[in-house]
Design a protein around this ligand. Sequence first.
Ligand code: ATP
Length: 368
Amino acid sequence: FEPWNDPAANPLIQFRNVTKRFGDFTAVDNLSIDIFEKEFFALLGPSGCGKTTMMRMLAGFETPTSGTIMLDGQDISPIPPNKRSVNMMFQSYALFPHLTVYDNIAFGLKRDKLPPDQIDARVKEMLRLVQIEKFGQRKPEQISGGQRQRVALARALAKAPKLLLLDEPLSALDKKLRQDTQFELMDIQEKTGTTFVVVTHDQEEAMTVASRVAVMDHGKLKQVDTPDRIYEAPNSTYVADFIGDVNIIEGHGKAQGDTMAISWAEGQPPIIGTPSKPMDDGNVSFAIRPEKVAISAERPADRNNVVQGKVLDIAYLGNLSTYHVQLPSGIVIKAQTANSRRRASRPFTWEDEVWLSWTDTAGIVLER
Ligand code: ATP
């Protein structure tokens, strides 16, 4: 499922050079994105970066200052919110407290004056879909937060919208429940075939649920890609740093065929890295994930990128340990290793002299 790589695929949603200003403040800055049918698309970024504004423009609660939003090839600006085949599930769920779960889900269908037997069949189908058949006759206050989240989802899907917008859908749930619910959400999205656009500031959540992730910063789009590309091939230090843990080393790069040699500290041999795109010699940043940095007691013989340092800090994470290793120049590099049950690999402790090393393709060279 990669419609974004298929030149013949028509996007369900197209943002074309969309800008939204509030007074002289630019919340969304000349942004273009295509979102395809059946995608689970995530808008990710820190608070205030413009994610919710994007969503509200899709729903019709805000109009772009300039640019166009197309749904199914049609400009949606003249279409009022209630006439768009778009539904929104709010962060607060916004359930009606005085109605039962059943009537909450039936609400929109009743308003559309569907025949009662059709409404009943649809509500039961939705209750089954989100696995809350037993709670149909309860009021929202009589069910748990996780169950309320399901009711809100069932209600939002009842009218079978083409597009469902979810604003921080799981943020009210605790971490464990949130992780379980992520998988259920993916399952429900797949079963219904509805296009989901989710807004979140939680990197892990976006990476888990989404087919593609758009990373935003101050109203600007930094990168749109699959979760693995966002992680493995970030196009900027901003994206590399926003997703997961990363070491960023600044230096001066010189092209060497397909790789780049980066001078970065007095007395250290240059780092060899792979440029994220064709690049001229100049100031660059080298980004490498901690799990790509090997740590050893002996100097590895077979690698170009080898530095020596001292263990400064250790974070034990059960299955993994992260070592903070300080180099003679003062720079600290994080190296992460899997903790195996076998005792073969010697664990390191504070003040140990260690070697860090990585392969020529383990890190990525980014423009600075
Ligand atoms: P959060 O994760 O905190 O919800 P967000 O990325 O969703 O953040 P938006 O809600 O889209 O951010 O807001 C983007 C920027 O636009 C913010 O700085 C916000 O203060 C501003 N903004 C949003 N709506 C309005 C408005 N109606 N009037 C003025 N400024 C607004």
